[in-house]
Design a protein around this ligand. Structure first.
Ligand SMILES: [Zn+2]
Ligand SMILES: [Zn+2]
Length: 766
């Protein structure tokens, strides 16, 4: 069992059996791989040993291996690969697996060796790939995953490539994107109007590298879309890119030539190194090194760098020209979907890029680079896209009919369930952007076909104004199940960890629609997949100005100050603190009036907005130019070795919800700022207070309910400082702690939780 399909497992088994003179057969089905072998006993033992060792294909992940003796099969002369489909259908009762599409995989070691081997006929070929690596999901139009159904259908294989493709003993046996310089896609360099300026493959590479060395911005077409690349050591060039891309603040990801280079700029743990070099080749967030000379404009206001290694042959060729570190940011306009078509790139990125490194292998599905960070030195996904999608996960319950879960509006993903298989889409983005919403709808339609699902049950968020909810409600002939946002978060963690028993759920984020119409955001839930109870939460405070409140920290700041000082609140006396956050005193007064008179305000328990307020009071900025900009800056500021905290109150009667009250903390923070206490200590103490408050809520829930499993989720836990601190406190207090790892803790996991709850509720209602 494990990942054995679509990874060249059967050919690898075949090669091994032939080497050891064994006869028999191998086939795949939904439950795994079955191998029958005849031959000398020592050879069979050797076969099993090697299969579990270095002879397994690089992408195979063997979970378990069982062996049993069977009677001799007469007349068996050779080893064969049996057709899987016939076997699969007969063995699984005709149920087809949800996905036979695998993810895009970084160039493997064998292909890399051939790429730089002068004697190989694919020497310096930018599209070299094999069964173990190369594009998959990004090039497939429809199933089954065969060449005519991919964007490689435009290229007829030459005899040499076809020979390898049909040779079961070859590493390229049935590798659909197989190609060579004779028959496959080609690269060229174009100016910013799209005019070809270089068509020779090698010269295109050297010329592109030269442009980058000169500080030019080059749009490079990759696996899942275009990147905008610029020399990461050249501050002027990076600033130029920021100016032209109109992205002044959000940190840029980088690609480096080697792990050694990355180590010069960031702290790379063993686990991080493994992750960077993995076949998924994600962007890994790493603590910055003090001595790094990366241009300061690459990632200001954060203590991490996002690094990845080359994952396409084209990247390897480019960096082989002597480049060290490039900014490689998504080729899109602001937060729109990634651009992946050549003409669209010229039209939309022509004002940003000085040149285009193009190719003619069409990208059918755009997939962003995945982002991972390490919590407790274990990989945790922050954005799940390239190379992770569309791998399905096996869930505990089996759904009687197909399910679609629409997800949340921010950092959207959606999910499908068929039987006990769940597929979560790649990161789609924020649906409030019209282009992203359009992409969302198109993607649902496309993937519904690709995974052959016909959903009868549709799960969505409880929020009536969510575009994803409205989309769900527009679908005909389906049963709609609305799921509370934070419950979905906790259910996502439970689903990942395959548990279905009540847990103490701590869900913390910026906004989520509550069952009482308030905006929740710091919740202690007693939850399973059937139901949840709101056991406790952060006390409500009034947030003025709707959507503006998540951008302008003056709004939560004033709400918290009015609440904390009550009758003693004096706007005039707080100008030393508020002035830098909102210089316009009239605006401050208007917001205060709104809060006092409850005009255009919502009640909220949002923890995200408290992070915004504290960051703003510490002078870290007065606007969130991108989601969580201020909280990220606050985390970066926090002193690592501080264990002090502020005070808080936990109040509640036995029949009522427990309320976490931050008023004392707010007053203490204001006093500390006034007394010029070091800001990094204040930031750390704030984080520690939040962790301590959540711990106390969990303890109260344990005492009341006798549960000791704590599940944590929500965008606030993308904050590594807070997540690690809380996990440590919970573990020390005897809890077993579950958190998101395979899906992001932010709203990227919501569709997974929605789907799991919907299956349960639909079964219950029957
Ligand atoms: Zn390969
Ligand atoms: Zn060829």
């Amino acid at each position: 069992m494990g990942q054995v399909q679509g990874v060249g497992f059967r050919p690898a088994v075949y090669r091994l059996a032939v080497q050891l003179n064994l006869t028999g057969f191998v086939y795949n089905d939904t439950s795994g791989v079955t191998i029958e072998l005849q031959g000398e006993e020592t050879k069979i033992a050797e076969f099993i040993k090697r299969l579990n060792g270095q002879n397994a294909p690089p992408l195979a992940d063997i979970e378990s291996c069982f062996a049993a003796e069977i009677p001799i099969v007469k007349g068996e002369k050779e080893f064969v690969i049996k057709q899987s489909d016939a076997c699969a259908a007969s063995l699984s009762g005709g149920v087809t697996p949800i996905s036979r599409v695998t993810a895009d995989i970084a160039t493997c070691a064998d292909c890399l060796r051939e790429l730089f081997d002068e004697k190989d006929f694919r020497y310096r070929y930018p599209f070299i790939n094999c069964t173990n690596c190369g594009p998959r999901y990004s090039i497939i139009r429809t199933i089954p995953y065969d060449r005519p159904n991919t964007t490689m259908s435009a290229f007829a294989m030459c005899d040499k490539c076809a020979g390898q493709y049909h040779d079961v003993a070859n590493r390229r046996f049935h590798a659909q994107p197989v190609a060579c310089p004779q028959c496959g896609p080609k690269i060229w360099l174009a100016d910013n109007k799209g005019t070809k300026i270089q068509a020779d493959s090698d010269k295109t590479i050297t010329q592109t590298a030269q442009l980058l060395r000169e500080g030019k911005i080059v749009a490079i077409k990759g696996i899942g879309g275009f990147h905008l690349a610029v020399d990461a050591l050249n501050d002027d060039a990076v600033k130029q890119l920021r100016e032209r891309k109109k992205r002044e603040h959000k940190p840029f990801a980088m690609m480096a030539d080697s792990i050694e280079t990355i180590k010069q700029h960031a702290a790379v743990s063993k686990q991080a190194e493994k992750l960077l070099k993995s076949p998924q080749s994600p962007i890994v967030l790493l603590p910055k090194n003090a001595g790094s000379h990366i241009a300061s404009s690459v990632a200001e206001g954060t203590n991490t760098f996002g690094f990845m290694l080359c994952y396409a042959p084209l990247h390897h060729l480019l960096f082989a020209e002597g480049l060290k570190v490039l900014v490689m940011t998504s080729g899109n306009i602001s937060d729109e979907p990634l651009i992946c078509k050549n003409d669209e790139a010229i039209e939309r990125l022509g004002e940003i890029a000085d040149a285009f490194l193009m190719h003619d292998r069409e990208i059918y599905r755009q997939v962003d680079d995945s982002i991972v960070h390490l919590i407790e030195d274990k990989p945790v996904l922050l954005r799940r896209s390239r190379s992770y999608v569309p791998a399905p996960i096996t869930i505990k319950q089996t759904s009687q009919c197909d399910v679609f879960a629409a997800g949340a509006d921010l950092k959207n993903t959606f999910s499908f369930v068929k039987g006990n298989q769940l597929i979560c889409s790649e990161h789609i983005g924020d649906l409030e952007d019209a282009a992203v919403y359009h992409h969302y709808v198109k993607s649902i339609e496309h993937l519904r076909g690709l995974f052959e699902v016909r959903p009868k049950i549709v799960a969505c968020d409880l929020h009536p104004a969510y575009l994803s909810s409205q989309y769900a409600h527009s679908l005909p002939d389906v049963k709609i199940i609305e799921v509370q946002h934070h419950w979905a978060h906790i259910a996502a963690v439970m689903t990942e960890h395959n548990i279905d028993e009540p847990v103490i759920g701590l869900a913390c984020d910026g906004t989520g629609y509550g069952t009482d119409g308030a905006i929740w955001g710091c919740e202690c839930l007693i939850a399973d997949l059937n139901n949840f109870e709101r056991f406790g939460h952060l006390s409500y405070y009034p947030l003025a100005g709707g959507d503006a409140a998540s951008k302008q920290p003056v709004r939560p700041t004033l709400a918290l100050l009015i609440q904390a000082y009550d009758k003693e609140f004096d706007l005039g006396k707080l100008q030393w603190l508020l002035g830098p956050i909102e210089p316009d005193k009239t605006k401050q007064e208007v917001i205060c009036e709104q809060i006092r008179k409850k005009v255009n305000t919502v009640q909220t328990s949002s923890l995200g907005r408290i992070f915004d307020a504290v960051a703003a009071m510490l002078g870290l900025g007065n606007y969130n130019h991108f989601e969580a900009q201020l909280p990220i800056a606050l985390e970066a500021m926090a002193a690592a070795d501080c264990n002090q905290r502020y005070d808080f109150e936990l109040a509640g009667q036995s029949d009522k919800q427990l309320i976490l009250d931050p008023r004392i903390m707010v007053r203490q923070i204001v006093a500390d700022i006034k007394n010029a206490k070091e800001h990094n200590i204040i930031a750390a103490m704030f984080h520690n207070t939040v962790a301590a408050g959540l711990l106390e809520m969990a303890k109260a829930a344990r005492k009341a309910k006798g549960l000791d499993k704590a599940a944590i989720s929500g965008g606030v836990f993308c904050n590594r400082y807070l997540a690690e601190r809380l996990i440590l406190l919970l573990k020390k207090a005897g809890f077993s702690v579950l958190y998101n790892r395979d899906f992001p803790a932010n709203d990227g996991c919501v569709s997974v939780g929605q789907a799991a709850i919907a299956i349960k509720l639909a079964a219950r209602d029957e």
